[in-house]
Design a protein around this ligand. Structure first.
Ligand code: R5P
Length: 265
């Protein structure tokens, strides 16, 4: 790995622990004004000090994040579809030139294995890697799951391995039973998506199980920004990811921070 690429990846996966808490706020690119992200700046700002990196689109980055206070950026560069259309029909939405101008640490693109436009998205990943590597920019492959796909270790293992074989530097996927097998057969680091909002304790358990089974971290969105206390939640997730806290102590931390802070915190 060349110096620039290694340096950028180390901004995301912190060398001190080898782990990362990525904050995902890119949902609007196909979901529109997602609950909790109606006014992105208001949601994002209080969470910034606790996010190892921020995953978002160019539009939200430019309008809602102060360039002088920004954590490392993982820029979503795929899209072109909405929840009203065939989601797997994604294409590229941002040039590498603009990603360089925005000084991002990595770019993120979805692949839809087993879906209608599988080939297009996989070749899109390969092409993006070729372009990004010219500038030492990392590529995060997001293993997007269609409605009919079973999220089991066999399927997610297939998605992660294909993304890694094509050259992705980090892969983002979902947690599942036998997750250690998914991790073992993927030669690059894996981060786990949070998925739909669940209870805070369950989301902390998801983070804990992911780490215990070999993920290097989480790329969590709704279970942080839709929490009744987003700052308390991201701090509790950090305790699990970076300090090896167990679920009970992280949940206790969440509750004590929540009771001390304001609702938004
Ligand atoms: C989905 O493809 C988006 O990239 C989200 O960033 C991702 O799903 C993570 O967010 P959440 O934890 O809300 O699932």
């Amino acid at each position: 790995m060349d110096w620039g690429l290694k340096n950028r990846i180390s901004r995301i996966i912190k060398p001190a622990t080898g782990r990362t808490v990525m904050l995902a706020v890119d949902h609007g690119y196909f979901l529109g004004p997602t609950t909790g992200l109606e006014i992105p700046k208001e949601t994002i700002e209080p969470l910034l000090p606790y996010a190892d990196s921020l995953m978002l689109t160019r539009g939200v980055l430019r309008t809602s994040v102060d360039p002088e206070k920004s954590p490392p950026i993982v820029l979503r560069v795929s899209g072109g579809t909405s929840i009203l259309s065939e989601l797997s029909n994604e294409g590229r939405t941002v040039s590498i030139k603009d990603a360089v101008r925005l000084n991002v640490s990595a770019v993120a693109i979805s692949v839809f294995v087993g879906a209608q436009y599988e080939r297009q998205t996989l070749l899109g990943l390969a092409e993006l890697i070729d372009e990004a590597e010219e500038y030492g920019i990392g590529v995060l492959a997001v293993t997007a799951v269609g409605k009919d796909m079973v999220r089991d270790a066999r399927y997610l293992g297939l998605c992660c391995r294909i993304a890694a074989e094509l050259g992705a530097h980090i892969v983002k996927t979902y947690y599942c039973e036998d997750f250690d097998k998914v991790v073992a057969s993927c030669p690059v680091p894996i981060v786990v998506a949070g998925g739909k909002k669940i209870s805070e304790r369950d989301a902390l358990k998801l983070a804990y199980d992911s780490i215990q089974n070999g993920a290097v971290g989480v790329d969590m969105g709704r279970n942080i920004f839709q929490s009744e206390s987003p700052v308390s939640m991201i701090k509790a997730v950090r305790a699990i990811v970076h300090k090896n806290a167990d679920v009970d102590s992280a949940f206790e931390l969440f509750n004590s921070l929540k009771s001390r802070g304001s609702k938004k915190e």
